[in-house]
Design a protein around this ligand. Structure first.
Ligand SMILES: NC(=O)c1ccc[n+]([C@@H]2O[C@H](COP(=O)([O-])OP(=O)(O)OC[C@H]3O[C@@H](n4cnc5c(N)ncnc54)[C@H](OP(=O)(O)O)[C@@H]3O)[C@@H](O)[C@H]2O)c1
Length: 223
């Protein structure tokens, strides 16, 4: 199946991750809207310097214009996302529960759900896919490579709908990485902090080997 190239993205969160994803997307010829937590003016100047060509706007406006929306804000704020505007949208959850930033949130710490399943439960009418979450922003910046380059690094994708994960895979490749669809949103757990793939900047084969190992370990726990 060939999936059409992604034309436009909205990035919610104009911090370290949001800026790098915006830069990679702009370099790939994708239209980018980017929003912080507040008014567009708050990020207008930094966006002009760090992500020239991107439209600095509000979350609501950015969402309206985009094929795909990327969540690049601190996870502790996910309940402030405009769920109604995100209904029907393909949403990439790049967020991690990082206690240094997010504090200790009992709902997140004690959940048997993956953090992306919690985000999906809140954004109930959106199509949530976990991706762009396990690699540090500096590696994303430095390791992006064209599809044909040797030693291209891989980005894991977890989602419940194959059309959605295929579309996200297309975007990941446009951004400069080999997409690896690992399974459903619940398996996103193996990409979270505390797991081997968190921080991984490795090629596709190495990533797949770790995913297989993690899946086998889960099976042996269930048996
Ligand atoms: N840093 C990495 O290497 C990396 C890699 C992969 C994934 N992640 C994940 O990506 C997320 C962002 O990390 P970061 O390092 O980029 O953090 P950061 O540098 O602190 O940036 C966070 C950004 O999110 C914005 N924000 C906060 N609440 C928001 C809301 N309700 N709506 C829209 N934007 C909001 C902040 O805007 P204000 O300044 O206006 O509050 C800020 O621009 C985290 O969940 C993190 O786990 C980070």
């Amino acid at each position: 199946v060939t999936v059409q190239a992604v034309q436009s993205i909205a990035i919610l969160g104009a911090g370290k991750l949001g800026v790098v994803v915006a830069q990679l997307a702009l370099e790939a010829g994708i239209a980018v809207s980017i929003a912080g937590s507040g008014a567009a003016e708050k990020i207008a100047l930094s966006s002009k310097i760090l992500t020239p060509g991107a439209i600095a706007t509000t979350s609501r406006e950015a969402i309206r214009q985009a094929d795909i929306v990327i969540l690049a804000l601190p996870l502790r704020n996910y309940r402030t996302l405009p769920a109604e505007e995100l209904a029907g949208k393909l949403v990439i959850d790049a967020m991690n529960y990082w206690w240094e930033v997010d504090g200790s949130d009992p709902a997140l710490t004690n959940s048997s759900l993956s953090s992306s399943e919690m985000v999906q439960a809140f954004l109930k009418d959106a199509h949530v896919v976990k991706a762009l979450s396990h690699m540090g922003y500096h590696h994303l910046r430095d390791e992006a490579m064209p599809e044909t380059a040797a030693g291209r690094k891989a980005i894991a994708i977890a989602g419940d709908d194959s059309a959605d994960t295929a579309r996200v895979a297309t975007l990941v490749s446009q951004l400069g990485f080999d997409p690896v669809i690992i399974g459903g949103l619940s398996l996103g757990k193996i990409l979270e902090p505390g797991h081997e793939l968190f921080g991984a900047t490795i090629d596709k084969e190495t990533l797949l080997a770790i995913v297989t190992k993690a899946k086998n370990a889960q099976k042996s726990i269930q048996n």
